[in-house]
Design a protein around this ligand. Structure first.
Ligand SMILES: [Zn+2]
Length: 119
């Protein structure tokens, strides 16, 4: 995901066929970059939003409006082996962490943001 200068990338984008994702956590203090292993979206909000400015490091120069959930429940493993469940929110232009996780999760399943463009 590329909005605001690149805030996430999935392993398949760099030729690594594994469930590994990196996300810059805009919803956390200091906006740390974190790594997620075996990421799954296990729950979604009932509210869907149109997110303007979806884009991708693998598709430079193009952005668009996509239909996304406002919040998602995710599960993943950390590098130290800890299994984590959390709910991630954020769908505005300055804090779109929920959108980012959906974008990266799509990469793991071969779906690109251009597949989700809405008018
Ligand atoms: Zn992408």
């Amino acid at each position: 995901m590329v909005s605001a200068g690149g805030v996430g990338i999935a392993a398949p984008q760099v030729g690594i066929n594994r469930n590994i994702v990196w996300v810059k956590r805009q919803d956390k203090i200091g906006r740390p970059n974190e790594v997620y292993l075996n990421l799954k979206i296990v729950m979604t909000s009932s509210i869907i939003v149109n997110f303007s400015g979806d884009g991708c490091l693998s598709i430079p120069g193009i952005s668009g409006k996509t239909e996304r959930w406002r919040a998602v429940g995710i599960e993943y493993d950390k590098i130290d082996g800890t299994h984590v469940s959390e709910v991630v929110d954020g769908y505005t232009s300055s804090q779109f962490t929920a959108i980012c996780f959906q974008h990266e999760y799509d990469h793991l399943r071969g779906i690109l943001f251009i597949d989700r463009i809405v008018p």
